[in-house]
Design a protein around this ligand. Structure first.
Ligand code: ATP
Length: 514
């Protein structure tokens, strides 16, 4: 655990030191769970957003993108169920005065039991080698069976209690499991209460006539209320999707995990409208397709797993999360939900307007069913950033810090470095930048010895360093150094654009999804 904590601390301090993420309003001591993206963070975030957008919108003829407003008519949130049901169960520790999400305390406890089973499985795998049959082991080993059954039993009981609003039982479960405040060990808990996560605000100058609004807690509703606008003007035929990226706001009860859980964050969502009865087919399709998208970034297959929901949201008939192995363990990165016709029907009822589709093949009108994919951009950022940050020991025993970001996402694609600040080398370096900047973000760096400059670019995550030396003046060649292997090649200046493009083009990365 201590190692994990240290790793996470490194991630946070590296993100600050290299201009990726700053605490919001830092000069006023910051604002809890609100962060600003710095000069490099803004680029990385934009590149992740673009990588998502291209894979969803550009690569699918039947998906289009919109950009709806953050403010929406307040009835939207009544219809969607957020006013009545967008709550988290909170619990306070009376000794430490710290507030927790009751469901998260229980989930973390259940996860620890699950990890015990995993440990036994890994031990047996190491012992039996190729002959190991995991399924058989899970079904026959009493200790593993007990752990897994306990894990399931806890999660199922919690899901049942939350579904029936039996908050007393949620507290009873915490007490029975002897869950303690993770920081202080105290088990002195208050009752569990529900807390609505929406931020309210007012529209209009005069207090008396001002309209109560909410900052949107999800981007999805902006898509639902525009369903017919897009379908009609885009002449879209079911099945089709509407994608959107944008800010969402939630007054999270506990927000102590850096950009994993923020009060202002960004979502990348896609709602896929299908014929009623076909939703499960598309639900499976999108689960698989979204996982492929994640895997295409090369962060390691072992870092992802699916988690099917025990407790379904009020709108869903199937739901799964893609969980990622963050520095603090496996947690939700993306949700894939089969939302039925709940949202469109609710908006029909509350607005009095029909939100139906005429299916020319079936010759009938219906309210489409919806499959949603919803990923947090900031969580994606954290997944990419934390997995990429590495301390490496080199052959000569020295160490280096490298941020091996997927090249397609790196803020700066290449740094151009004159070996020395004289003999006309800086001018040649500038010319190379003049040529490359039309296609890529490139940086110039002439300060310090070239070895130190390489290290700086490694820590920044720049995939290439291009060094201009005296030979360049004679034969128009430069050395190009690869961040991950540190290999250096001598190449002609005219080849640079092609070499960089091969490694950073969205096309080449998305092709890995095939
Ligand atoms: P959690 O259970 O972690 O609170 P959720 O199930 O409420 O998440 P959804 O409503 O499914 O999340 O939202 C879709 C995605 O939006 C999540 O998978 C996550 O990536 C992102 N997200 C949700 N809440 C936050 C937050 N407070 N900060 C950053 N990202 C968030």
């Amino acid at each position: 655990m201590a190692k994990q904590d240290d790793q996470f601390k490194n991630v946070i301090s590296h993100a600050k030191e290299y201009g990726y993420i700053f605490q919001s309003s830092e000069i006023y001591d910051g604002l809890s769970a609100v962060y600003d993206y710095g000069q490099n963070g803004a680029e990385l975030k934009k590149n992740i957003r673009e990588y998502w957008w291209k894979s969803m919108v550009q690569m699918h003829e039947n998906i289009v993108g919109i950009d709806a407003a953050i403010f929406m008519h307040p009835t939207t949130w009544k219809a969607s169920g957020h006013v009545d049901a967008f709550n988290d169960p909170l619990i306070d520790n009376k000794d430490s005065k710290k507030r927790f999400r009751a469901d998260v305390l229980i989930e973390d406890h259940a996860e620890k039991i699950y990890q015990k089973a995993q440990k036994e499985i890994e031990k047996a795998r190491a012992k039996y080698g190729d002959a190991f049959n995991e399924e058989e082991f899970k079904a026959t080993n009493t200790r593993v069976k007990d752990y897994l059954a306990k894990n399931r039993e806890i999660l199922e009981r919690m899901a049942r209690s939350l579904e029936t609003e039996n908050l007393a039982d949620v507290k009873a479960l915490i007490e029975e499991l002897e869950i303690a405040d993770p920081d202080t060990g105290s088990k002195n808990w208050t009752d569990v209460r529900q807390f609505n996560l929406m931020f309210g605000t007012k529209l209009g100058a005069e207090a008396a006539n001002a309209m109560d609004l909410y900052l949107r807690p999800e981007t999805a509703q902006g898509i639902f209320v525009n369903f017919l606008n897009v379908q009609k003007t885009g002449r879209m035929k079911v099945p089709f999707g509407i994608a959107q990226t944008g800010k969402a706001f939630r007054n999270e009860i506990v927000a102590r995990q850096f950009i994993f859980r923020m009060r202002e964050f960004e979502q990348m969502e896609m709602q896929f409208f299908v014929r009623p009865g076909e939703e499960m087919k598309y639900y499976e399709y999108w689960k698989e397709t979204r996982l492929k998208w994640h895997l295409s970034l090369g962060l390691g297959k072992e870092n992802y797993r699916f988690h099917d929901h025990e407790k379904l949201a009020h709108y869903a008939n199937a739901a799964a999360d893609i969980e990622f192995n963050f520095p603090f363990g496996f947690k939700e990165l993306e949700g894939i939900h089969s939302r039925t016709d709940f949202d469109l029907k609710a908006h029909e009822e509350h607005s009095g307007k029909k939100l139906q589709y005429f299916d020319p093949e079936l010759n009938e009108n219906y309210v489409p069913y919806v499959v949603e994919t919803s990923v947090g951009l900031d969580r994606m950022f954290l997944a990419v950033f934390s997995t990429s940050l590495k301390e490496e020991t080199l052959e000569d025993g020295s160490t280096r810090t490298v941020l091996s970001l997927p090249a397609v996402l790196a803020p700066t694609k290449a740094a151009v470095l004159p070996l020395v600040k004289k003999d006309g080398l800086p001018d040649v370096a500038r010319q190379i930048i003049e040529d490359l900047k039309w296609d890529f973000n490139v940086a110039y760096d002439e300060k310090d010895a070239v070895g130190r400059r390489y290290r700086r670019q490694d820590a920044l995550g720049t995939p290439f360093c291009i060094t201009v030396d005296h030979q360049t003046l004679e034969d128009q060649t430069v050395t190009i150094r690869h961040r991950d292997t540190m290999a250096q090649d001598r190449v002609a200046i005219s080849e640079l654009r092609g070499i960089i493009n091969d490694e950073v083009s969205v096309r080449n990365w998305l092709l890995k999804m095939k």
